[in-house]
Design a protein around this ligand. Structure first.
Ligand SMILES: [Zn+2]
Length: 544
């Protein structure tokens, strides 16, 4: 209940007006300047080293794919990845921010401090055999990497190992921090990482995310800020036929809330997005449901608009409780600011994208891509072969925003200069959050894309380590442009805790069967080989 009251009270508090924190302070210690020619040598050595780690990278991508763990339940994934980092000299802080699957890996000393992150959770009911261009789950109904989050942390690990070697050889000072985007699909962790101080002294954040091309941009985006809230209604049970007048249905309240919201939708800003599921709708029809819950994602362009939207939803929840003589309380399960990426860091990264170029796709890779596109009845354009142009803008006028997905990297990006490396490791024109988005994610398409992305990441980390002007310009943009008029105020408040119970029951249901599909890199050169899948497997085109 507390949450709802707070939400209503804060309705008119605009971002930046109340108790805004100052942005993190950048340390004065400058990185070691290195001549441009020397940096070019370092970058080419790093790229060569990443190429040499191709098999290692492929094994990590396949291993994490095979774990297929949902948000807050990434136990095998985190154990495996921290094990690799630990073997390579990183110190690991586990159970970070009170989240059992969260960790922070550190190596090196002093500034610059670079925090390198990527997500690692998967999608419900997205189980899919890799390399197969039609819906063919490994386990029907089980979770799977239907977004490709199995690839990002492996990319980061390969990149930091290449950089770490050069730092040790050439005595380049600095600290590398590797961190996981736990529970990104429910925007559940990054605001808590910020609150716990993970980014406090960090000079720059490099965040990697799977894509079907290098989609590199800086500044404002069309993506939305998000709050994820569960409303729990409580009524009174009764025999639904014998004495229904004695019951007070919590499910009625949920349904009335949803109906109310769906009518109100017409009178909301066009920029808003909202959607819900009913995780608890009662037990059986002859028992009036005494408890029922509905889980909403609310999205708006910025903090102030989202707080207003949230207050409207709270009001409708109260009204539904009032109509049904039930009570309601709410819990914040996740949140995200709309991301804003850093201009100087992004420009530096894009130069490395151009130097590395697109992966070299084989005819088999293209055949899988076209086969899947045919299956989904979208244009058969195959894989991307041309790098997208760099784009960016300081501010997109609010009227031009259409709303879209969210990522809690947004919270990080408002606390420290952040660059996002979207790398080409998947097939274009897929629906997202779907089995189809997992098809390529343990095949040569993902393996090559991650190797290419790891080169870009390693080269960009070297830029940050050795070119003081990159950090200086990054912080100038961060202070004088990005946060000039907008200061970060987190959506989470003191009473909010990470929703670490989410997905536990689903993983419990499937984990024992999923274990028999874990990748065994000691026995099989690839996950495709372990599963005995011919690459690529596409439907035969019917004779016309
Ligand atoms: Zn994602």
């Amino acid at each position: 209940m507390k949450r709802i009251v707070v939400g209503l009270l804060c309705m008119w508090v605009a971002a930046g007006v109340a108790d805004a924190r100052l942005p993190a302070q950048q340390s004065a210690a400058p990185p070691t300047p290195i001549a441009a020619a020397d940096l070019a040598v370092l970058k080419s050595e790093a790229a060569k080293d990443v190429d040499g780690m191709r098999v290692f990278t492929q094994q990590m991508v396949d291993q994490v794919f095979s774990y297929g763990e949902l948000g807050f339940q990434e136990f095998e994934t985190s154990k495996y990845l921290t094990g690799i980092l630990e073997q390579n000299g990183f110190s690991i802080e586990r159970n970070y921010a009170g989240i059992p699957t969260a960790w922070v890996a550190r190596w090196g000393a002093g500034h610059p401090i670079i925090a390198i992150g990527s997500d690692l959770d998967c999608i419900p009911q997205a189980s899919q055999k890799p390399g197969v261009a039609y819906h063919d789950p490994l386990i029907d109904g089980a979770p799977g990497h239907g977004e490709g989050h199995n690839s990002g942390v492996p990319l980061n690990i390969t990149a930091v190992l290449a950089v770490k070697k050069l730092m040790a050889q050439r005595k380049i000072p600095g600290t590398l921090i590797v961190w996981p985007g736990v529970a990104e699909e429910v925007d559940g962790a990054k605001a808590f990482f910020v609150k716990a101080g993970l980014f406090k002294d960090v000079d720059a954040v490099l965040f990697s995310h799977v894509d079907n091309n290098y989609d590199i941009y800086w500044g404002d985006t069309n993506r939305s800020a998000l709050v994820s809230i569960q409303y729990d209604f409580v009524g009174e049970s009764a025999h639904a036929a014998g004495q229904p007048w004695r019951g007070r249905s919590a499910l009625d309240a949920v349904e009335l809330m949803d109906v109310g919201w769906n009518f109100r939708r017409e009178h909301l800003r066009l920029q808003h997005r909202s959607h819900y599921v009913i995780p608890n709708g009662g037990d059986q029809p002859n028992v009036v449901p005494s408890s029922a819950s509905v889980w909403y994602y609310l999205r708006e362009t910025d903090y102030a608009h989202l707080k207003q939207l949230w207050a409207i939803n709270d009001k409708i929840a109260y009204a539904a409780a009032s109509m049904t003589d039930t009570t309601v309380s709410s819990r914040l399960l996740g949140s995200a600011w709309a991301p804003h990426t850093n201009k100087a860091l992004t420009e530096a990264l894009y130069e490395n994208v151009k130097a590395v170029g697109m992966p070299d796709w084989s005819e088999d890779d293209q055949a899988l891509a076209r086969g899947l596109q045919r299956e989904l009845k979208v244009p058969e354009i195959g894989l991307a072969t041309k790098i997208l142009p760099l784009h960016g803008v300081d501010v997109i006028p609010d009227d031009d925003k259409r709303g879209g997905g969210s990522d809690d990297i947004g919270d990080v990006s408002w606390n420290v200069p952040t660059v996002i490396l979207n790398y080409p490791a998947n097939i274009p024109l897929l629906p997202g959050h779907n089995w189809a988005n997992g098809v390529a994610m343990a095949t040569p398409i993902a393996h090559k894309g991650v190797t290419a992305g790891a080169k870009v990441a390693a080269m960009t980390i070297l830029d940050v380590l050795t070119r003081p002007e990159v950090i200086t310009q990054a912080w100038e943009y961060f202070r004088n442009v990005q946060t000039k008029d907008i200061k970060y105020v987190p959506f989470i408040e003191d009473g909010d805790r990470p929703a670490t119970w989410l997905n536990a029951a689903t993983m419990e249901k499937y984990r024992s069967r999923m274990k028999s599909y874990y990748y065994d890199a000691a026995k099989y050169p690839s996950y495709l080989a372990q599963l005995g899948i011919k690459y690529p497997t596409v439907r035969a085109i019917a004779a016309r």
